[in-house]
Design a protein around this ligand. Structure first.
Ligand code: SAH
Ligand code: SF4
Length: 368
C-alpha cells in the first residue's frame, strides 16, 4: 500500500485519476493530511464516503508512537519515537530563545533523524555505536515534524537534519521529505529554514548542489587537517579533506550560498590553536560561518569537552581572522540531546546493558 505522506502532489493526482476520481480532490486530501492533520481518512468529512473508503483501501497513513519525551530546563524537548516496525528514532524540539518568562519563543526548530542508526561510525557519536539498521522513508521523516507539532502544540518553522543518521546517504527519501516539508500544499516550511548536515559525503554534496531548492548545508568538519579528521571520522579515509572542500567549492559556486561548518570541540583532539588557525583558513575560502559545539559526552566513550577557557580561546582565534563564529551553549545537554544518545540509553535500559540506567525520568506529555 502507498503511504500517503510519501506522495508529492502530482503523484497523488495521478493515483486519483487511476481510481477515476477528479484530480481536484488532491488539494482537499493534502489539506486534511498537512493543514488539518487528520489522523485517518474517515475524518476527511467533506469527501464522499465512497472516496474515503477507497482511500483507506489504497493508501496507508502511518503515525509515530511517542515512547518517551524528555524535557529540559531550557525547554528543549527530546522525543523518542517508535516506527511501525518497532525501530526507535529520536527528534528534538529546540526553541530559539528560551521561554523563560512564559512568553512564546520566536522560532521553533525541529532536529530530525534520517536513518535508524548510522553506518559512518564517527568515533565520538552515539548514533553510530550500534551500527546501521535502515534508511527512514520520506513519510517517517515528515511524521517526526507532525508528531512533534501534535505533542508540543508548537508550529515548527525551522528544520535541521542533525538527528540520527547521515542525510546524504539517504538522498532520495530525504529530498522527497524536504519537498513535502517545503511545499505550500505540505507543511509550508521555507527552504532557507531547512538545513541538511553531512559528515562529508563529497559526491552527494555535488548532487545536492544540482538540486533546485535553496536549502542550507552544514558540513560537520570537526577537524581542520586530514590527520585530525582521520582520527575521529572514518569517512575522511574515503573522501579526504581536500576532496570534501572541493565538493564545497562546487556547492558554493552553484548555489551562491554561505556554508556553515559545524565543529565539535573535543579536548586534546581538535581544540589546539593550530586547528583554530587552519579552520579559519578553510572558513575564509568559502566565507563560511563556524558553529562551535562543546562536545556532549557519551556514556562508554572516552572523549571529553575542553574547559570553558579553551573553548573561548578557540573562538577568539577564529574571530581574530574575521570569521563569523558562534560558540553554542549546549541546548538540551542536560537531556543528552546529542545525536543518538536517548535511543542508546533506552536500548540499554531494555536489557542489552541492564547495569546502566538512564539518568533522568521522562516528563509528562504537555497537553495541546
Ligand atoms: N550525520 C550528519 C548529521 C547528523 S549528526 C553529520 O554528521 O553531520 C549532527 C551533528 O551532531 C554533527 O555535526 C555531529 O558531528 C554532531 N554530534 C554527534 N555526536 C555529538 C556529541 N556527542 N556531541 C556534540 N555533537 C555531536
Ligand atoms: Fe553518523 Fe553523523 Fe554520527 Fe558521524 S556524526 S556517526 S555521520 S550521525
Amino acid at each position: 500500500m502507498t503511504e500517503i505522506k510519501s506522495l508529492l502532489f502530482d503523484e497523488l493526482q495521478t493515483k486519483l485519476q487511476a481510481l477515476d476520481e477528479p484530480v481536484y480532490r488532491a488539494s482537499q486530501i493534502m489539506d486534511w493530511v498537512y493543514k488539518k492533520q487528520a489522523g485517518g481518512f474517515e475524518k476527511m468529512s467533506d469527501l464522499p464516503r465512497t472516496l474515503r473508503t477507497q482511500l483507506a483501501q489504497n493508501f496507508s497513513m502511518g503515525k509515530l508512537d511517542v515512547v518517551r519525551v524528555f524535557g529540559s530546563r531550557d525547554t528543549t524537548r527530546k522525543f523518542l519515537f517508535r516506527l511501525g516496525d518497532g525501530n526507535l528514532i529520536e527528534s528534538v524540539l529546540i526553541p530559539a530563545s528560551p521561554a523563560l518568562y512564559g512568553q512564546k519563543s520566536d522560532r521553533q526548530t525541529a532536529c530530525v533523524s534520517t536513518q535508524v542508526g548510522c553506518a559512518y561510525g564517527c568515533k565520538f557519536c552515539a548514533s553510530g555505536l550500534d551500527g546501521f539498521s535502515r534508511n527512514l522513508r520520506a513519510n517517517e521523516i515528515v511524521d517526526q515534524i507532525i508528531a512533534i507539532e501534535r505533542a508540543s502544540g508548537e508550529k515548527i518553522d525551522n528544520i535541521v537534519f542533525m538527528g540520527m543518521g547521515e542525510p546524504l546517504a539517504n538522498f532520495g527519501n530525504v529530498m522527497r521529505a524536504i519537498r513535502i516539508l517545503n511545499a505550500p500544499w505540505g507543511l509550508g516550511i521555507g527552504a532557507r529554514h531547512i538545513t541538511v548536515s553531512t559528515s562529508g559525503l563529497a559526491p552527494q554534496i555535488k548532487k545536492l548542489a544540482d538540486e533546485p531548492l535553496q536549502i542550507r548545508l552544514a558540513i560537520s568538519l570537526h577537524g581542520a587537517t586530514d590527520e585530525v579528521r582521520n582520527q575521529i571520522m572514518p569517512i575522511n579515509r574515503r573522501y579526504n579533506l581536500e576532496t570534501l572542500l572541493s565538493a564545497c567549492d562546487y556547492y558554493v559556486e552553484r548555489k551562491k550560498q554561505r556554508l556553515t561548518f559545524e565543529y565539535i570541540l573535543i579536548a586534546s583532539v581538535n581544540d589546539t590553536d593550530e586547528q583554530a588557525h587552519l579552520l579559519a583558513r578553510h572558513a575564509h575560502r568559502f566565507s563560511a560561518k563556524v558553529n562551535l559545539i562543546p562536545y556532549n559526552t557519551v556514556q562508554g566513550l572516552p572523549w571529553l569537552r575542553p574547559s570553558q577557557n579553551c573553548q573561548e580561546k578557540f573562538l577568539s582565534i577564529l574571530r581574530t581572522h574575521g570569521i563569523p563564529a558562534t560558540l553554542r551553549r549546549e541546548k538540551g545537554g542536560d537531556i543528552d540531546a546529542a545525536c543518538g544518545q536517548l535511543r542508546l540509553q533506552t536500548k540499554r535500559m531494555q536489557g542489552r546493558h541492564p547495569e546502566r540506567r538512564a539518568p533522568e525520568s521522562p516528563v509528562a506529555l504537555p497537553s495541546k
